[in-house]
Design a protein around this ligand. Structure first.
Ligand code: SF4
Length: 590
């Protein structure tokens, strides 16, 4: 029997759990994003406090998880403590396959525990374990190691846990999964912390039925071969996303020193090429993925109390942390940058948000908006990794008024201290690393998660260099792309494999599993899911007309020159027209 339609409900307050069969939910919404937005909408309202017990955490997987290669992701949805609105974050590791093989399509975590706990799900059984001894532990890595020792399921389990930042409700705390993957964005770690949930462990050994076995074998081989034998995924394997550093620097799209520049004079030092040559120690993969795009740098550092002995730590790097904790802070030394990346991992912070917050602080300090008294004696300076290390710790522990404000995100901090013009946030979420042009910023502003991965505007900008990209037809394409991505994240496949999972391949893959969906129908499901998310956001206070656009993006040249503000406002209007924004608002009010 296919267990995808089973939703596991866990009540953290009462320490109870039960399963509901929801076949219609999965038939209509595929899985992943489509199912998660429905479940989230059932559970929370506009009045729900993101850090109150009434907020929920939804994990959802889809029909392709555990069945096809690169279908390795899990969707998490919650109300975000950072934006007060839709929280959606995706992670790989073993999570997607583990949830599927444990026998569930989705999991809903309700309520809050009165004492620190971690939850372990092993197949049909759910255990509520006391986590008092893990609470307050300095490193999220150590927490993972201890849980590995005591929980069964080695090799097939997923261990999701928070660090100090999540415990202390830093609004952009992340959840670390299998050490090198993260539910990074929008503050899932703080929601875990508010529920006194230190970790969530899951494993299972169920099997997944396949209807058309011969077709399955054929299609599986086809997808697998494309992943390992063609150019489609090679770049992710070879250098990983870090390859983008040189590419974006060359076209002047790489945000540097809080986007005071769009190129970094020392980009070569922190480039994917240099990191591969000087530091690459291992490549690892998410479960059921042959690509191995996760690059681990081997960094040798002396022990604190014995400088003659050295230890080697592995630090996972990608384009985004290199941008946020490297170029945005003007860090020239790759070892310093890797240690900053490790630091945010130890405390369980989102690397992108942390880097943008630090960059804003540095500029605000230079301009005299915050004083040495505010910073508790520290002097943030571009390139000074040692001071940034101390600041990160102060944020994780929320020491003093300034650090407590920084722990609420750059939007909040700039509203309190000034400097909104250069607080690089979109819809309350700190910016991703692309100053590629108007479409990239439109994607961040209007994409449903405010992530560069929603609409792919950054990619459209790069593919259309030299063209006038302010036309309605580009907005149309962006929206279509975002709608299609809802299908991919409902299946749930890794977005890196979007070139392989074409609409035709997706339709065939679902057929193998006994689900008939023509390509057209898939597109309309994607559109429906996208509108559901937009409606959720409107209900929870999202208003396109009230979004703050940081002036900085208009002041620094992009590969499309200076972004024209008037034309940018016009493409926002095209978007509103295309999604029938007015109608959506009235349908929500009815
Ligand atoms: S391509 Fe990379 S991120 Fe995507 S599933 Fe494979 S290893 Fe994970």
């Amino acid at each position: 029997m296919d267990t995808l339609a089973r939703v596991l409900y866990i009540d953290l307050a009462r320490k109870r759990y039960w399963v509901e069969n929801r076949p219609e939910l999965f038939e209509e919404n595929i899985g992943g994003t489509g199912v998660a937005i429905k479940l989230l909408s059932e559970e929370v309202s506009s009045k729900t406090d993101p850090l109150g017990p009434e907020n929920v955490i939804v994990f959802a997987v889809g029909p392709l998880n555990g069945v096809f290669p690169m279908a390795s992701k899990t969707v998490a949805m919650f109300k975000s403590p950072l934006t007060g609105n839709l929280g959606e974050s995706h992670a790989g590791g073993r999570s997607g396959v583990a949830i599927r093989l444990a026998g569930y399509g989705a999991i809903v975590l309700r309520g809050a525990s009165d004492i620190p706990i971690y939850v372990a799900v092993h197949g049909d059984r759910v255990y509520f374990r006391n986590a008092k001894t893990l609470w307050g532990m300095r490193s999220s890595h150590t927490v993972g190691r201890i849980i590995r020792e005591v929980e069964p399921g080695s090799g097939i389990r997923s261990i999701m846990r928070i660090g100090i930042a999540g415990e202390n409700l830093v609004r952009y705390a992340c959840v670390v999964t299998e050490t090198y993957r993260h539910f990074g964005r929008l503050g899932l770690g703080a929601v875990f912390g508010s529920k006194k949930l230190k970790a969530f462990v899951i494993s299972g050994k169920k099997s997944i039925p396949v209807k058309e076995k011969t077709l399955y074998r054929k299609l599986y081989d086809e997808i697998y071969r494309k992943a390992v034998e063609t150019a489609a995924m090679k770049k992710y394997h070879d250098l990983g996303t870090a390859m983008n550093i040189r590419v974006l620097n060359k076209i002047k799209a790489l945000p540097t020193r809080n986007l005071q520049q769009s190129f970094f004079e020392n980009a070569d030092k922190v480039s994917g090429e240099n990191l591969a040559e000087e530091y690459l120690g291992r490549r690892v993969s998410c479960a059921h993925c042959p690509v191995a795009c996760i690059h681990l740098a081997a960094v040798t550092i002396p022990y604190e109390d014995e400088p003659y002995f050295k230890q080697t730590i592995f630090v996972s790097y990608d384009y985004e942390p290199i941008y946020s904790l490297g170029t945005m802070l003007g860090i020239n030394d790759p070892t310093d940058m890797l240690l900053l990346i490790d630091k945010v991992d130890v405390y369980g912070l989102d690397a992108m948000s942390t880097g943008v917050v630090l960059a804003w602080l540095t500029e605000a300090y230079e301009r005299g908006l915050v004083s040495k008294d505010d910073t508790l004696g520290l002097e943030p300076r571009w390139g000074d990794a040692e001071t940034y290390m101390k600041i990160i710790e102060n944020i994780a522990y929320q020491r003093g008024e300034l650090y407590a404000a920084l722990a609420k995100g750059v939007k909040y901090a700039s509203e309190k201290y000034g400097g909104k013009e250069y607080a690089l946030q979109f819809g309350g979420l700190e910016m991703a690393g692309y100053h590629t042009g108007p479409l990239g910023h439109l994607g961040l502003l209007l994409g449903s998660r405010h992530s560069h991965l929603d609409m792919a505007g950054y990619s459209f900008d790069q593919k259309n260099l030299g063209k006038n990209v302010y036309g309605k037809e580009y907005v149309e394409k962006l929206l279509e792309e975002e709608e299609w991505r809802q299908v991919l994240t409902s299946l749930v496949v890794c977005l890196f494999s979007r070139g392989i999972y074409t609409p035709e391949t997706v339709s065939k893959a679902l057929k193998v599993l006994g689900q008939e969906h023509e390509v057209e129908e898939l597109f309309s499901i994607g559109q429906k899911i996208h509108r559901e998310k937009l409606k959720f956001k409107i209900i929870n206070g999202f208003d396109i007309d009230k979004l703050i656009i940081p002036d900085r993006i208009f002041e620094v040249p992009s590969p499309h020159g200076y972004i024209d503000k008037e034309k940018f406002m016009k493409i926002i209007c095209y978007y509103k027209e295309l999604v029938n924004y007015r109608e959506l608002i009235s349908s929500v009010k009815e």
